[in-house]
Design a protein around this ligand. Sequence first.
Ligand code: ADP
Ligand code: MG
Length: 360
Amino acid sequence: MASVELAGVGKSYGSVNIIPHIDLKLDDGALTVFVGPSGCGKSTLLRMIAGLEKITNGDVLIDGRRVNDATPTDRGIAMVFQNYALYPHMTVRQNIGFPLKMAGLSRAEIDRRVEAAASSLQLSSLLDRKPAQLSGGQRQRVAIGRAIVREPRVFLFDEPLSNLDAELRVQMRLEIARLHKQLAATMIYVTHDQIEAMTLADKIVVLRAGQIEQVGRPTELYHDPDNIFVAGFIGSPKMNLLKARVSELFDGGVRLKLPDFGDTDIALPIVGARLAVGEQMWIGIRPEHFGEQGDVVLQTEVEVVENLGGTAYAYVRGTGGAMLTVGLADPQATAPGRAFEGRFPASRTFLFTEKGQRVR
Ligand code: ADP
Ligand code: MG
């Protein structure tokens, strides 16, 4: 186990600066997930921690020691990639044991570690197979086994489940969670999938365009996002954003009108924020927070109903043309073309400035 710290870490390729400046402390033994859209710099950041990519500025510290110039092996790091990178001519046993053989460990020690890793990954009966005789999930488990036997201080995963089908992804997600518990190791896990982030992480780091948007526990990001980007990225289906205009500032809060929904009023107990009458804002409300109860009522018309069995959503349109996604308790009670009263409690909404910063 080890702590990892990034102090002003940045990366440029030539004159293109893709990561300006990242400060981040990762807890010893925690599973931290870096999540963000494709191209935001997740892999680059991970590769700089691993020692596979040169750092342009700043320092990477592992257990307080600056490792900028250390090799990946010296850093005590093992990395698992999206493409498993197994040796096709070697058996599972040889693939898992390969880094130990290179490090010159004894045959007995290699066998001991390979068998322990295989057992914790349910690979014991497959040790004599070649990669071509394995499923995608089994191959990824071999790649993880090859990381485990090195007994690294930090595990890095770069989208390890992206090549697997949906069902296997769920299964492997559970395996990784179990492994983290069992090894109590420091892990950094990169994904663009917010569901993987929500289910696996002790702490999530949301990245956009090489910068940190917010760091927090999964439930913190869901319940208390700092901005529209995080609010929209965490949670599925996505949070609805309604155009709003400040109509009145009163003693206990602020009143807004929703122009896309017949100027419906909404009052929020937000005081102390510097808002002005007439100011354009956004109101966020999650699809799952619509329901029978609610002091805000929007008049809409249903366009589409999606019934997933256990849950159902309606896509509804306001008089001003704006679309909303609404969770339905009873999908039978509504149908396309019908009028729909979208009800939600004002207390469940989030207020954002026009530029997307949260107002609390
Ligand atoms: P992610 O893993 O989040 O999808 P990456 O870290 O792979 O993103 O890439 C971040 C950005 O850096 C992208 O815009 C990508 O085009 C750019 N990039 C990555 N590698 C190089 C390179 N060798 N030269 C120039 N730009 C690169
Ligand atoms: Mg990547």
